[in-house]
Each structure stands twice: as C-alpha cells, then as structure tokens.
Design a protein around this ligand. Structure first.
Ligand code: FE2
Length: 228
C-alpha cells in the first residue's frame, strides 16, 4: 500500500503539474491533501480543481478557510478567481483526519488553524502535545504549513512534515511525502523532491498585475526564501 501526502499548492500550477508527472511514475493507492490548495500564487482555481480531482482524502489549511470563509477583505483577488462553489468546498474541509500505517496511528492536520505553526526546531514539549487529542494518543503526526519537509522522531513517536508543492522554503522544488507499507508492519517513508519550471511560475505571476504581494511571491518561487 502506497500513500502520498501533499499540501500547500498555493496557486502554483507549474509546480502542481510537475508533481502530477512525478506521481504518475510511482502510482499511489491513496493520495491525501493536507491543506492550502489556494492563496499566495496566481492560479488558484486550477490548483483547487487539481486537488479535488487528484486526491482521495482532504484536510483544510489556514488559507483554505481564510479565503473560503471570506475572513480577510484583502483576499478579494482570490474570491474572484475561485467563485462561491469552490469557496464553499474549501471552507467545508475537515480540520483533521487520521490513518493507520504499519500498525501505527497517525494524526493528520495542516498545522494552522488546528495548532500554531510547527517548525522542526520548536520546543519538544510543544511538538509532543500534538500527539494527544480527545480521540486518544497517536503514534505519529503528519502535517504541513511550514513549507519545509522533514521526517523525524520524538520520544512519543514520528513527526513528519510533507513540505510544500507550490511554495517550498529552503529548496525551491515541489515536495510531497510518500509512505509505503511493506510486509510485517514495515514502513518506507520518503520525501519526494521534484524540480519544476520556477521561471514559468514566476512569469505567470509577473503577467498578473493584480496578484497581491506579487514581488514577494516571485522571489519565493525563484529562491525558496520566505519574503513577507
Ligand atoms: Fe501554506
């Protein structure tokens, strides 16, 4: 059984299509979306529709709820691109889910708004608090939001970040998480690192004079350096 976990497409269509091509070479049994299909980039209807068409399970992220729920008036650009039906879908996404792999129970969420932004270097007590909910104690958590992929352990279990498809920090490639379940409970967990045409992504943004924070977005897709 192979599962893909991906998140943070953020309106970047060239990165999303590059990930689609990469995934076609390693067909998965299930694809999980862990939030932020939209916001930041210029191709939001496209990445929202891609997420709905290519994933099997969905969890929402802070941008999905912020735009879908019309939380901030500055997001008019995104509302105009998406329209009411997509916004309703985004705003109605569940905030978390769970999956059992290799006999281990993993909690799945985007990060915000379920919990504040989680980073690899965050305090271990803060990270450990994510393993326990009213639904019990989990053996691992898989989340996104910080746009930086990692796979590691704490004393309470695995903590894994999928990285970002469309707005990766650090290394400006498209990232996702692949988990293979083998015999006897064996898990192979890996980060997919997919190159894509960053110049094409930047050009789409350059050509869209109405994109909010356009220069910051262009810098981020070209360099992977967070810019606002
Ligand atoms: Fe994000």
């Amino acid at each position: 059984m192979k599962r893909i976990f991906l998140a943070d497409l953020h309106g970047n269509l060239p990165a999303t299509l590059a990930m689609e091509r990469a995934l076609s070479s390693i067909p998965a049994d299930e694809t999980w979306f862990l939030g932020d299909a939209v916001g930041k980039g210029p191709s939001n209807a496209e990445t929202c529709d891609w997420t709905r068409a290519h994933c099997d399970h969905w969890v929402g992220g802070n941008w999905d709820y912020g735009i879908g729920g019309k939380e901030f008036s500055e997001d008019q650009y995104f509302w105009d691109q998406l329209g009411p039906e997509r916004m309703r879908w985004l705003n109605g996404l569940p905030r978390e889910a769970e999956v059992t792999m290799g006999g281990l129970r993993f909690r799945l969420f985007h990060g915000r708004p379920v919990t504040s932004l989680l980073r690899a270097q965050d305090d271990k007590d803060l990270l450990a608090s994510c393993f326990t909910t009213e639904r019990g104690v989990f053996d691992g958590v898989i989340f996104a939001d910080s746009h930086r992929p990692f796979i590691r352990t704490l004393n309470c279990g695995y903590i894994i970040n999928t990285g970002s498809v469309g707005n990766s920090m650090g290394v400006p490639r498209a990232h996702a998480l692949a988990v293979d379940e083998g015999p006897g409970g064996m898990l192979t967990m890996s980060i997919l690192s997919v190159p894509y045409d960053n110049d094409a992504a930047a050009q789409i943004a350059r050509d869209d004079l109405n994109l909010p924070h356009r220069e910051s977005y262009i810098r981020e897709v070209l360099t992977g350096i967070y810019s606002r």
